[in-house]
Write a protein that binds this ligand. Structure first.
Ligand code: TYD
Length: 129
């Protein structure tokens, strides 16, 4: 899971900050879908699946959350708390999101349109593939 964390260039001036995301430049795929997770209830976790083909970049635009990535050999937890950082989640990586702050806005850039057939929601099945 090397290079999972992407650091986006921050353009700062006396008005504030700006970050820019571009397909095949600082995002390693063509972006076909964007979704975001917000208003997450207290003590709620999300994810608990892997994707057969989908690649994603998770960016915490506000607040913070923890993301666990599991590649069947090891698990790493990342704390996301800044809009200038993205977490690359390759295909066939089990991922879970925990410890959302109530102001957390987690934006996800995805390489494919939504397809329920692409999900692996059973951890044992994920381990056996
Ligand atoms: P799900 O992927 O299970 O959320 P999470 O992994 O964050 O727990 O999706 C929750 C619901 O939203 C599910 O009914 C599918 C739907 N959904 C879409 O319609 N489009 C999307 O792009 C996504 C990510 C989910």
């Amino acid at each position: 899971m090397k290079n999972s964390l992407l650091n986006f260039k921050e353009i700062n001036d006396d008005r504030g900050s700006l970050a820019s995301l571009e397909a095949f430049k600082n995002i390693p795929f063509e972006i076909k879908r964007v979704y975001y997770i917000y208003n997450t209830k207290a003590n709620t976790s999300r994810g608990f699946h892997a994707h057969k083909d989908l690649k994603q970049v998770l960016i915490c635009l506000n607040g913070s959350c923890d993301v666990v990535l599991d590649n069947r050999r090891r698990q790493i937890t990342f704390h996301l708390n800044r809009p200038s950082q993205g977490l690359y989640v390759d295909k066939m990586i089990w991922h879970e999101m925990h410890n959302f702050t109530n102001d957390c806005i987690l934006m996800v850039l995805a390489s494919e349109h939504y397809d329920e057939q692409d999900y692996i929601r059973d951890y044992e099945e994920f381990l056996e593939r």
